[in-house]
Design a protein around this ligand. Structure first.
Ligand code: ADA
Length: 559
């Protein structure tokens, strides 16, 4: 499934995934032996490849011709794409989409995607880590046929001015043909239209078209947490009077701002009752199907949650579509977890991390659920070199989106140097788990330090991780660590303390469900899993489930 709504009525679009492809590993004892696998998927879900690190070749055929645009929504973690045997694209990072546009003769063509999940210097972001870097074509593959001049992207920025809503519409049109093209462009949103008559675009060029639509009070319904209203923006392009291309996207009228140390959604201070969530499932790896994503979101809602942090990478667009529809707020972040200064000095780090931002923001720009962009979870924000990297990445975000605040989940207790850059200060803390300090004392000490000694003073403050581990089904009379009792008692204290901390706008529990981790991390992770889930990997609730549900449900969505 590509999106939860239809994106084209005119342009030919076809999903090449949601079916069996041929698969062959390229190394190891099964090298070169083809078998059928379902795409999207991870090869770790095939018993013989549970821990295979190497390359895997996926192949299928498609029928198309003309300007053929292929979009790979996610290949983990390095991809090479071949059409009819010719290399047409290379890409790094599992969690962002990439496209290739080619002129092909009408007829049947062969598509091969070689995925590679090996670690090494070439990969700065995917390293052995406290989550699993799977292998495979893990998100949909989409085929489109576009005319020479086509609509490449539509961005809508909603802004409120007094009682009026305005929508700034920006349409990117590309000419992939060999001649200049003249066209008419129109876009319709919530009953109003913008248009451009007889514009000309040179061959091989792209151009942006911008206009603003205004809405009187009552003409549109706002998008709010747990009360989402979505609008389709339908853009169409005519050449010589003929409708040749279209693009439908969705938006919501909501504005995120920061004032007086608070994050505001449509001028109201939100209270974050969140969960960090990895894309992970014992049967599907990181390639969760639509119904499994819905099931996760329903559990989060049942738990009284109103927000999800896509720790630690951009998520599948289906997930974002569903959050838009269900009124759940999303903290979306680029891909990085716990990188040391040495790892950040990998010659590929800066380019790869910035590419993730470049690929994430324009594609996810219209989702009203995303209220903040995050970067560099728990990286070296306490060092001068790290600080330079944070500064550059924050600047990169600002160059792509000025309508959302930025933040970074830090674990550098009273040593972080980077709070001058973002609009929101965020900390991951584990009192009562990795150390025994009382939660309220530890947190108020940290908060005081941020206010008195850092450039984060006066900015909104969030706890982006807090939690404790429990092995599903393990209980004992001592309520020792790893028991369900210990986890439930600890979360009770943690949630109470965070929600009562003055100046703190809410929290994300680490984490929604237990997840598989890289085997190199086995020694502090029983079962080679991160066991801090509120539900286990099969989504079976632990004792703590009812605790979280009771505490979260009692708190309103706004402060
Ligand atoms: C960190 C990190 C998470 C996870 C967590 C834990 O704060 O951001 O990815 O590793 O700790 O379980 O210790």
């Amino acid at each position: 499934m590509i999106r939860t709504f239809r994106q084209h009525k005119v342009r030919k679009q076809e999903e090449l995934s949601q079916k069996l492809w041929q698969f062959a590993p390229l190394q190891g004892e099964h090298a070169g032996k083809e078998r059928q696998v379902f795409v999207p998927g991870c090869w770790e879900n095939l018993p013989e490849f549970v821990s295979y690190r190497g390359e895997g070749r996926y192949s299928t055929t498609f029928s198309a011709g003309g300007n053929v645009r292929l979009e790979m929504k996610g290949v983990s973690h390095t991809a090479k794409v071949f059409v009819d045997g010719e290399l047409v694209a290379s890409h790094y990072n599992a969690y962002t989409a990439f496209t290739v546009l080619q002129k092909l003769e009408a007829g049947e063509h062969r598509l091969e995607i070689v995925a590679d999940n090996r670690f090494g210097e070439a990969s700065a972001l995917h390293v052995p880590n406290d989550y699993m870097s799977y292998g495979g074509v893990t998100r949909p593959v989409v085929l489109e046929e576009v005319p020479n001049v086509y609509i490449k992207q539509v961005h809508v920025t909603p802004k409120k001015e007094e009682a009026l809503w305005k929508a700034e519409v920006e349409i990117l049109v590309a000419n992939c043909g060999e001649q200049e093209e003249t066209f008419v462009l129109k876009s319709r949103l919530a009953g109003k239209e913008v248009g451009w008559d007889e514009v000309t675009l040179e061959a091989g060029k792209e151009s942006k078209f911008c206009q603003t639509l205004w809405y009187e009070e009552g003409e549109v319904d706002e998008w709010m947490v747990n009360d989402p209203h979505l609008y389709e923006i339908e853009s169409v392009l005519f050449v010589n009077g003929e409708l040749v291309d279209d693009l439908i996207d969705r938006m919501g009228f909501r504005e995120v701002s920061v004032a007086d140390g608070k994050i505001l959604l449509n001028q109201k201070a939100i209270r974050i009752k969140g969960f960090c969530r990895h894309e992970d499932h014992p049967q599907f790896g990181c390639a969760l199907p639509y119904a499994a994503i819905v099931a996760d979101l329903q559990l989060i809602r049942d738990l009284g949650g109103n927000s999800i942090r896509t720790s630690h990478y951009p998520n599948d667009e289906i997930f974002l579509d569903l959050c838009d529809e269900m009124g759940l707020l999303v903290w979306e972040e680029n891909h990085a977890r716990g990188l040391s200064e040495e790892q950040m000095r990998n010659p590929n780090f800066e380019r790869q991390a910035e590419e993730v931002i470049q690929e994430m923001i324009p594609l996810h720009y219209n989702h009203p659920c995303i209220y903040i962009w995050g970067i560099l979870n728990e990286c070296a924000s306490e060092t001068e070199y790290g600080k330079e990297c944070y500064e550059k990445q924050y600047a990169k975000i600002l160059s792509l989106d000025t309508s959302r605040p930025r933040s970074s989940a830090s674990c550098k207790f009273k040593t972080d140097l980077c709070f001058g850059y973002p609009e929101v200060v965020s900390y991951n803390i584990y009192p009562q788990w990795y150390h025994d300090a009382p939660v309220d004392e530890y947190l108020s000490d940290l908060y005081r330090w941020v206010q008195e000694e850092t450039e984060g003073a006066g900015k909104p403050f969030l706890i982006t991780e807090i939690g404790a581990g429990a092995i599903y089904g393990y209980r004992n009379p001592n309520h020792d660590k790893w028991t369900e009792e210990y986890q439930a008692e600890t979360l009770e204290k943690q949630i109470q303390a965070v929600m009562q901390q003055k100046g703190c706008q809410g929290m994300y529990i680490w984490q929604f469900c237990d997840v598989r981790i890289s085997r190199e991390w086995f020694s502090t992770r029983p079962r080679t899993m991160n066991n801090k889930g509120i539900v286990d990997e099969y989504r079976r609730p632990k004792l703590v489930y009812e605790t979280v549900k009771r505490l979260y449900s009692a708190l309103p969505d706004f402060l």
